[in-house]
Design a protein around this ligand. Structure first.
Ligand SMILES: O=C1O[C@H](COP(=O)(O)O)[C@@H](O)[C@H](O)[C@H]1O
Length: 261
């Protein structure tokens, strides 16, 4: 299945479409299951989720939060209240803005008590704890490591989750969650979903906005030789439905067929 690209002129329309899409997938999943299993990313996605699920009251009122099981497609090995934490971002943008009286989703975070070093951040070169954190997170994954939806970002270098260009983790097939201690983007120590988890998801949606993303989107969609991580996700052939929600600037000059969700 070729990836679908949904493009809009402004950020608000991108966010609203992402919100509608998430609610549609939630409703579909809840027809056959008691929970909606979704994985989120960090970075610019935080603001999009706030606009889509909190600021847009129509969409927000259709979110069945109490049935959501939330995971993170990657997490930085810092305390959960650290500005670099992907959970921390979701908490700041979404959880802390849920109206009182609205039930909270079940959120699966890293085991913070395993973090060591100053201010709880992992320090030094001993990766024993990083491995343990990854292993524990792997054990918390849904049955069959099957997600209904994984929402991803795409860095200007083409990375997604904490899977970076030319990194050995792109070839990881036995671990579902791996640690990385040499992330080129700070902070260096993280855990991340690997390809077997991405390939098993019912749907994956990228969100990418701004002119800064246009060069990498050109590589992903137009360079058949590119091995960028986000391009490798686009090429998943296991039946996962892949979508991109972008603004016009992110695909400016990129000859890719777009439509509206
Ligand atoms: O480091 C990370 O970056 C990617 C991309 O972020 P963006 O701000 O360019 O959208 C993000 O998806 C990932 O979760 C995060 O850890």
């Amino acid at each position: 299945m070729a990836p679908k690209v949904f493009a809009y002129s402004d950020s608000e329309s991108v966010a609203n479409s992402v919100g509608k899409y998430v609610v549609d997938l939630q409703n579909k999943a809840l027809k056959g299951s008691s929970s909606f299993k979704i994985a989120l990313s960090g970075g610019s996605l935080g603001k999009v989720l706030k606009k889509a699920l909190i600021d847009n009251k129509d969409i927000g009122s259709n979110v069945q939060w109490e049935k959501w099981e939330v995971y993170f497609s990657d997490e930085r090995l810092v305390p959960l209240n650290h500005p670099d934490s992907n959970y921390g971002l979701f908490n700041e943008m979404v959880l802390s803005n849920l109206p009182s009286g609205v039930a909270r989703p079940k959120v699966h975070t890293i085991n913070e008590s395993l973090l060591t070093g100053k201010d709880g951040q992992v320090e030094g070169s001993d990766v024993t704890k990083d491995k343990e954190i990854a292993k524990e997170y792997e054990k918390s994954l849904p049955e069959g490591h099957k997600f209904d939806l994984i929402l991803l970002g795409c860095g200007p270098d083409g990375h997604t989750c904490s899977l970076f260009p030319e990194h050995k983790l792109l070839h990881e097939r036995s671990e579902l969650i791996s640690y990385i201690s040499d992330s080129p983007k700070p902070p260096p120590r993280r855990i991340t979903f690997t390809f077997p988890v991405l390939e098993n998801s019912t749907a994956i949606a990228f969100v990418a906005e701004g002119a800064g993303k246009a060069p990498v989107l050109a590589q992903i969609f137009k360079d058949s030789t590119s091995k960028l991580p986000s391009k490798l996700v686009n090429e998943i052939s296991s039946g996962t439905q892949i979508s991109w929600f972008v603004d016009d600037n992110a695909v400016k000059g990129v000859d890719v067929g777009t439509s509206k969700y």
